[in-house]
Design a protein around this ligand. Structure first.
Ligand code: 13P
Length: 311
């Protein structure tokens, strides 16, 4: 327990650095409904696993997370710094419908609320503009000790309308993060963590597809290695739901430190909640799904103890 207390006192920046060095995966669980916060923290405590809680604009506008402030309030009630921190997921400069977003105000809101990290997503911009926006947010983060994640490449799936067939996307490598661009991006922005596209796609967030089982994605590990070799910062895998296990385990050995998981846990929660008409049943189903992910899929039960030992 003393070790875990130590972890609670260390910055997220440092925890991610150690996790990257030691190949310990840190999942980031999307909070799509407020009662998920209590259950996520409780499950992490039972499994002694370190993970982030994260919330994105779609969690707020399309599901039940309500606001960045409401999630922070729940986090303050239940959070445990030895096992979790709070991350603002995907603040897009251009959103999934092609509209410009007031990203500056959203990032500022999370920083003022006390989020431990934020993600600025300029991936729909030309490279130069993505670099400029990311650099600006990194500067703000540095002043306040807040980590910044950014994205390079196209992790598709959030857009409305049908995606090209997955196999076609994967084989063509279209939208994959370019290693040379990644090197330049990290050097020029000083970003803390980089989200990459190597075959991963997001689960749908609109229409009937949001309730359907997500395609089983694969990852191009050779491509990931090329990115890892030239960046040297913790890499992030978005669209974590439903990636074949063998690929996730290889990705952890090759630079992926954070994996974002939304669809799978949201669908588990919604199914339990709707079937029985009770939040408790939703929470029960969420806990079961999280335990399956932590123990059998990512194999990271006890990761908080491992991290604490390696500090
Ligand atoms: P999934 O919904 O596919 O798990 O992706 C979540 C995500 O990447 C949030 O940023």
């Amino acid at each position: 327990m003393a070790d875990l207390e130590k972890l609670g006192k260390v910055s997220l920046q440092e925890i991610m650095r150690v996790a990257f060095r030691e190949h310990v995966l840190i999942p980031a669980f999307n909070v799509a409904y407020l009662p998920m916060v209590e259950t996520i923290v409780e499950t992490l405590e039972e499994c002694k696993t370190f993970a982030l809680l994260e919330v994105s604009r779609p969690d707020i506008t399309r599901f039940g997370a309500e606001s960045f402030e409401a999630v922070k309030r729940e986090y303050d009630r239940f959070g445990n710094p030895a096992l979790t921190r709070l991350h603002q997921d995907h603040v897009p400069v251009i959103d999934e419908e092609g509209k410009r977003v007031d990203w500056s105000a959203l990032v500022e809101e999370a920083m003022d609320l006390g989020y431990h990290s934020v993600m600025i997503d300029g991936s729909r911009l030309p490279l130069e503009e993505n670099i400029a926006v990311t650099k600006e947010v990194v500067g703000r983060g540095r002043k306040r000790g807040i980590c910044v994640e950014a994205e390079l490449g196209a992790v598709l799936g959030h857009e409305a309308g049908p995606l090209p067939p997955y196999e076609e996307l994967f084989q063509s490598g279209k939208g994959f993060t370019d290693p040379e661009e990644a090197r330049r991006f990290v050097n020029e922005t000083g970003v803390d963590w980089l989200s990459v596209a190597v075959g991963n796609i997001h689960g749908a967030i609109s229409g009937v597809a949001k309730d359907e089982k997500k395609v089983e994605a694969r990852l191009n590990i050779e491509h990931l290695v090329k990115i890892k070799e030239v960046t040297g910062v913790p890499l992030v895998l978005h669209g974590g739901s439903g990636i074949k296990k063998e690929y996730v385990l290889q990705a952890i050995r090759n630079g992926i430190t954070k994996i974002n998981v939304g669809t799978e846990i949201r669908q588990a929660y919604e199914k339990g909640w709707r079937k029985a008409g009770s939040i408790q049943e939703g929470q029960k189903a969420l806990k079961e799904k999280m335990k399956e992910l932590i123990k059998e899929y990512y194999e990271i039960e006890g990761s908080a103890l491992r991290l604490a030992e390696k500090l």
